[in-house]
Write a protein that binds this ligand. Structure first.
Ligand code: NAG
Ligand code: NAG
Length: 204
């Protein structure tokens, strides 16, 4: 797609979003702030695709980060409208991390799905002498929004269905946990989803 084409498509998508929005105020604010009215339940899941490196206790894997929530400002009548909209992430709701080549998928009920591919890093804990066990963690949550606005919930365990086996490691466990944390500042809790992966160096 050439640049002009992309611009036109982007404009059309933006116009459509504006058109399906009812209140003027949210039209103006939508692009900047990810804050659906009320509490957004963010369903979160990661899928491990491969391990790039493990060096000085730092594990670097590639993952898909699946996030889904309902934004009640982005609802339309699916009977006489499209049944799905694909919106470039650069103009879509702010999810904290923007990768320009990515899309949000929005459905008539306002369900937003965002699945960026990310390269994560983690400082891991090594235990054991001969065949070391390695434990690595990743935490996903929001510093900006409390659980009253954005409540993070794990959808399921770390998915290994797309994982390309790395001969240097065996995966021994995958765990997902939801945490709810209170900080001194605020009465409301902040939630996060923490993924833990246990590895063991292979004999080969
Ligand atoms: C959606 O559109 C269809 C066809 O125009 C109409 O019959 C239906 O009542 C609409 N539904 C709502 C909830 O507005
Ligand atoms: C996640 O997978 C691990 C095995 O890797 C299992 O021990 C654990 O019970 C699973 N958790 C859930 C919630 O399914």
């Amino acid at each position: 797609m050439d640049k002009h084409h992309l611009k036109v498509t982007t404009l059309l998508v933006v116009s459509f979003i504006v058109a399906i929005n009812e209140t003027t105020e949210s039209r103006l604010n939508y692009e900047k702030v990810f804050k659906p009215e009320g509490k957004a339940i963010v369903t979160h899941r990661i899928s491990l695709t491969n391990i790039i490196s493990y060096n000085k206790n730092i594990l670097t894997p590639n993952v898909w980060v699946f996030q889904q929530w309902i934004d009640n400002r982005l609802q339309w009548n699916g009977t006489n409208g499209p049944n799905k909209l694909t919106v470039p992430a650069s103009i879509g709701p702010d999810s904290g991390t923007i990768y320009n080549d990515l899309n949000f998928v929005i459905e008539p009920n306002g369900q937003v799905t965002y699945v960026p591919a990310m390269r994560l890093t983690s400082q891991c804990l090594e235990t054991g002498l001969v065949r070391k066990s390695i434990t690595c963690k990743w935490k996903f949550g929001s510093w900006t929004y409390s659980a009253n606005d954005k409540d993070f919930n794990p959808a399921s365990n770390i998915s290994l269905s797309e994982y390309q086996h790395n001969q240097r490691f065996d995966i021994t466990e995958t765990i997902e946990n939801k945490h709810s944390v209170h900080y001194d500042c605020c009465s409301e809790p902040y939630t996060d989803v923490t993924y833990t992966i246990g590895l063991r160096k292979s004999f080969f």
